[in-house]
Design a protein around this ligand. Structure first.
Ligand code: 13P
Ligand code: SF4
Length: 306
């Protein structure tokens, strides 16, 4: 392990590379990353960096977003097969078909979508800025379409009061593995704990929480909070960062088997192999890139919540 880390540090200098990692990555990836964050913060970091090479430890749509924002940089993903099943629940063709059913469609696309789907959308959002993004496009004339996550969509609709036409997608990890009865059990076991839940969870899980937050906002909230115990309703990879940053606080997952198998495909050995051989370059065809860039840029102009 030490050998790999030493080699990676040398390669990073030699190639002017930066390692970005999503919060759901394995602990050893957190430890070698230059920045660990949620999908919005990772997009921002990808814009700000002066590095020539971005090694993106996350799932494919995240690396693709970094590549769309940085056409002149090389974006590498250590596991080329790390996809997002929720992103795969809508295609550009299906979206075109859905749009054709409305008179004035305005598409808000969660970043968990392919570049081709973003190219057919008007504005992107992440779980940390979705409410502000939807409010920014709401008017009386538009038919707002929200894709692909029904749970985030329903939460945003309820919070913003903006009526939307929501695609029926979901995250298998949050929707199927974090169940309402687990949240109730955790609350019974830890009655003093604050309950923080990701908006990709089911509505019944969301309604049992004290706060609904993206992963990055959760991390910042816990640091500031005076509470000592937290019940966490999201993918379990976040627990390593929470504990590392807050050793005096305790964290209990709603579900200890809420694991995203795609996020866990990236290992230290794969990161080393990718950077050594400059492989798994993520690139987007120029015509799609130019169209997909616009909704991402519009999103970055909207202030994130929290
Ligand atoms: P965040 O925006 O909180 O990083 O969530 C991304 C994601 O894929 C959650 O499953
Ligand atoms: Fe996709 Fe769910 Fe994994 Fe996030 S946790 S990357 S939404 S499958």
């Amino acid at each position: 392990m030490k050998e790999i880390i030493k080699k990676l540090n040398e390669l990073k200098k030699e190639k002017n590379a930066i390692i970005l990692a999503h919060i759901y990555q394995l602990p050893e990836i957190h430890d070698i990353a230059d920045f660990v964050g949620d999908s919005l913060d990772l997009s921002k970091k990808a814009v700000q960096t002066n590095a020539d090479v971005i090694v993106f430890c996350g799932v494919h749509f995240m690396a693709e977003t970094a590549s769309i924002l940085n056409p002149n940089k090389k974006v590498l993903i250590p596991a080329i097969d790390a996809g997002c099943p929720m992103a795969d629940m809508i295609t550009a063709e299906k979206l075109k078909e859905f749009k054709s059913q409305y008179k004035n469609p305005v598409v808000v696309a969660y970043v968990n979508t392919s570049a081709a789907v973003k190219a057919e959308s008007d504005i992107c959002c992440t779980s940390s800025n979705a409410v502000n993004v939807v409010k920014s496009v709401a008017d009386n004339k538009s038919d707002i379409i929200f894709i692909p996550d029904r749970n985030l969509g329903n939460y945003v609709q309820k919070t913003s009061g903006v009526k939307m036409n929501i695609w029926n997608g979901f995250c298998p990890t949050h929707n199927n593995l974090i169940l309402p009865e687990y949240a109730l059990n955790a609350k019974e076991e830890h009655p003093q704990a604050e309950v923080l839940v990701h908006p990709e969870c089911r509505p019944e899980v969301i309604s049992s929480a004290d706060h609904i937050m993206s992963t990055g906002v959760m991390c910042r909230y816990v640091e500031k909070s005076t509470a000592k115990e937290f019940i966490i309703g999201t993918e379990t990879g976040i627990l390593y960062k929470l504990k590392k940053d807050n050793p005096d606080k305790n964290f209990y997952p709603v579900s200890s088997f809420a694991v995203c198998p795609n996020m866990k495909k990236i290992t230290l050995a794969k990161v080393l192999d990718t950077l050594t051989n400059m492989k798994n370059i993520v690139s987007v065809p120029d015509d799609i890139r130019q169209k997909a860039y616009i909704p991402i840029l519009k999103m970055l102009e909207i202030n994130a919540q929290g």
